[in-house]
Design a binder for this molecule. Sequence first.
Ligand code: CO
Length: 195
Amino acid sequence: MDLTIIHYPHPTLRHVSKPLKRVDAELHDMVQRMFELMYQHEGVGLAANQVDLPYRLFIANPTGDSEQSDAEYAFINPVLRGGKGQVEGEEGCLSIPGVNGPVVRKEKITIEAYSLAGEQITAELDGIFARIVQHEVDHLDGTLFVDRLAPTQMAEVRGLLEEFEIDFQSKRQRDELPSDQQIVARLEKLEALRT
Ligand code: CO
């Protein structure tokens, strides 16, 4: 399966991801491909639905450096707990390239998840890593960072988002993108395999 990063307003970005029940070799390959794509596009995190997969899974490398493989994480079925403080910081997203804006997030957060090897992970995070996991778990719930912008900030990026919407519609008209029904059918098939 060839994975690519999908862009706003692709409907899979609004899909609420289902917990994984099965981790197989093909899923390992998909995660490997997600890391390649993340580095290729100079990201620090990537959620499964950004590559058109319906699984509750995201990857991260807060250093953004492919050489630092000890900073690579894959979080399966992540759940965020607790959370302290609030902090504003600039965010962007590989599914909305060129759009940035300030988002208020919790300063510290606890994540519980499983690794690809099936080990339970519990970590209390702060700084950039805390921001990444909140951004990525949002993705898995079908939420984009632009949904969290203040109205004045949203007004600033509205024009850029409209360009993405126009581009999506013209690709649809040229049959370069599947229909909504085809997208839903494909996600359901993938869910039946592993969730
Ligand atoms: Co994103």
